[in-house]
Ligand binder design. Sequence first.
Ligand code: FE
Ligand code: CA
Length: 549
Amino acid sequence: MGIAPPRSPLASSPMKKRPGPPHKLRRRELLKLLPLAFLPACARSTERDGQGPISAADPLSHAAPALEAPFASTGTGPFTLGVASGDPRDDRVMLWTRLAADPMVAGGEMPATDLEVEWILATDPELSSVVRRGKKVAMASQAHVVRVDVDGLSPSTTYYYAFRYATSQSTVGRTRTLPARGDHVAAIRFAVASCQNWQEGRYTAHRHLAEEDVDFVLFLGDYIYEEGIAKDAIRPHESDELETLDDYRRRYALYKTDPNLQAAHAAHPWIAIWDDHEVAQNYAGTFAIDKSAGDFLTRRASAYEAYWENLPLRAEAPTAERGLQVYRDFSVGDLAHIAMLDGRQFKSKLVCDGAIRSCDDRLSPQTSMLGAGQEKWLAETLRASRASWKLVGNNVMMAPFPFGAMTNNDQWDGFVVERQRLLSLFREIPDVVVFTGDVHATVISELPLDPAKPDAGNVGVEIVTTALSSRGANHGLLELLSRAATVLPQVKDINAKDRGYLVCELTHDELRIALRAVSTVEAEEATVRTTGAWRVARGSRHVDVLQRS
Ligand code: FE
Ligand code: CA
């Protein structure tokens, strides 16, 4: 379904913002009249119950209002990959789109020259109350991506945006700025998601994610998967394993052709970090599992460039020398401070040959997941925050998770000394919650200061989200994982069977987390329901299970 505005707001001229009383009067009239005009197009709202996307029976405290627009369609012409926003701050947000008439061919079937794109940002979905507008050059050398850092915005405000190229207009995206640093904020809602393997599932979860009433989405890695075509694919990848920049660009394009992924981007700003599959399985810094270092660095540079082009991340384009700046922090008023980690770029070579086993090197003080610079930054960032909660976005599991005597040494279990420093840091700082992806299961843990000494107490909690679409554990592993919840005292709940995402509701008193699970990722349509819920009371460093998963 196409959003067909009654007129093209980007076509109006001049491009300069024209503030003033006549405009404001008109804006108020339009705001009264026009939002209703969008509602008939919102077919999905009829599928929800009257309580909004989270029903009254759910453990989150308040029901969400219905959203104003579907945000699911692509625009016309070269806007085949939709729009996105990300990295909101109190005064700015990144907007994203890409011009590609045919996104699956190199060059996107666009002229091989730089192209000028107009963008517009308004306070209403009809884009009549214009706040900012401008032009941006989509460079041919960057696959005609458009990345705009729109500043001068108001805190805690919802905005709508779109792009125009020649006579084509993109779909309308919605985004929201964060509260101003230090301002009192009573509550926020946000989603946590990761792992969207195209071959292993359709994006039914994304469609429901688009309809959640959340301020932002934390995405914790595995945005694409670099693998070739799987024999048992639900829908196959377009090529063999990725190697070149064109390969990586085409893979992002494939994923972004999915209307449900487009809807999830268009509905909410995303704050994303990466994990391994944006480059290669279980890579660590400059080390690949099965490639020589020289080849791998070229491949990694291509993968980093494509990541930068396709995610609405506020960072300079990567270079071989400086890499890509992925770790960064966000202030959410007096309520929360968010530190997003990069657990890949600076990671030292995996110990125990990267195998699932244990070895003495796990205890080596030389190994590092974050690198010294990032570890110092994290400590300074968390210590400086006066916010009630400190949320950490993290790519691989931090809680100890041994399988008997074996450990997954790609996880923090392979970086024991550095983890111990982080846990000691968390002990100084109340109300740290670590959010993690990677394992395609929901794992709710407390973080013990010393797993060998349960009496030493907890320093925080870790909430691991399941995958949006990537396949979970097979039957045997599923049973093993489920048993872990009873064998490992730090693991409070585990759900390895459901695909979906988490919706979190944060107040100064508590964090409530709901696992929103889809009925299937193997069909086009799915229902969503809450299949687990947990609570962390402020000051407790402890998880209450509200609804066992
Ligand atoms: Fe994954
Ligand atoms: Ca991963």
